[in-house]
Design a binder for this molecule. Sequence first.
Ligand code: NAD
Ligand code: UFG
Length: 336
Amino acid sequence: MSVLVTGGTGYIGSHVCVELLNAGRDIVVIDNFSNSSPKVLERITEITKKEPKFYEADILDEAALDKIFSENKIDSVIHLAGLKAVGESVQKPLEYYENNVTGSLHLFCAMRKAGVYNMVFSSSACVYGIPKRVPIVETDPLHTINPYGGTKLTIERILEDLAVSDSKWHISLLRYFNPIGAHESGLIGEDPNGIPNNLLPYVAQVAVGRLPYLNVFGNDYDTVDGTGVRDYIHVVDLAKGHLKALDKVEKTPGCSAYNLGTGTGYSVLQIVAAFEKASGKKVAYQIAPRRAGDAATCYADPSKAAKELGWKAEFGIEKMCEDLWNFTQKNPNGIR
Ligand code: NAD
Ligand code: UFG
């Protein structure tokens, strides 16, 4: 039996594929390469010495999904395919709802048709909007402040409704905090298209000389040094969380949400210092105005995942920065 991984050539998906293959699981990967490259498949094979079965397909394509389920013995799905740029989602809400929500609906319909009911879904800490308190627990109020977050919360609700409708559904909603870092080999990592929106890829591009300086969005927050605080998690730890969630959904019915974070927050300036230490490079920065929609502080209480999934993040900020720097040096112009 195989695990279907949607979005499996993306940043997080490629690390999930590596962990699944290393754990001896058979996988089938779908991606439409809208935000990744076929080269990632070669890199996954280079790391694992295994060649995953791959379909270049869009989750909006119902016929393609039916074909994939009929040609393979799939028992579980890890669903990562989606568009993820918060700013772009504000400009293109219909494209985001169509790709993420309609695509997910087609996937869930194809699963039901094929009798496949185990689902691990890539959600996000953005379902907590601007958190009223930290650390955030899974039962804290949910609200969203941009269309991207709206798509994640909508998909969570659809999955919760499915679990209520039929006890055959076994679902984990994984709310990722801020995934960073790269595989230790330096072969796979985050490969943003154009100028990065997120902090770590931007910092890495400044350190490698592709961008002149970092804009630090606000230094007047009520935090340790005035800059925004986030819960950064190594992408390999995050990928391992998916295997633990898979173990759980393969045994347990219902729908549960889990925070995947470390439980520790770092400020932007602490990240800059950690990256400078790991890379030996200066990261030039200037203070810029606050970015609209940013929370001052956001970090997880990850104890539910520890208790129910037996998962805990292992890597610290030093290793996250070292692995990102190794990947950046080996791929100074990205993978694409
Ligand atoms: P990514 O863009 O690197 O990976 C997503 C992959 O999905 C890409 O390879 C893309 O080509 C593919 N894809 C998109 N739409 C598709 C479609 N309609 N059909 C088939 N393939 C499609 O992003 P990522 O960082 O690896 O994120 C993976 C998932 O995790 C996404 O759902 C994202 O929303 C979620 N997430 C990411 C973060 C983060 O900070 N990276 C945080 C929280 C949640
Ligand atoms: N920041 C800067 N300069 C930059 C980029 C970011 O100062 O050029 C700051 C932000 O203001 C924030 C911190 O760095 O304080 C982290 O910002 P990111 O854009 O890297 O991450 P966010 O926490 O804003 O959002 C990310 C993903 C979302 C996801 C969320 C929670 O982009 O998709 O984590 O998982 F929802």
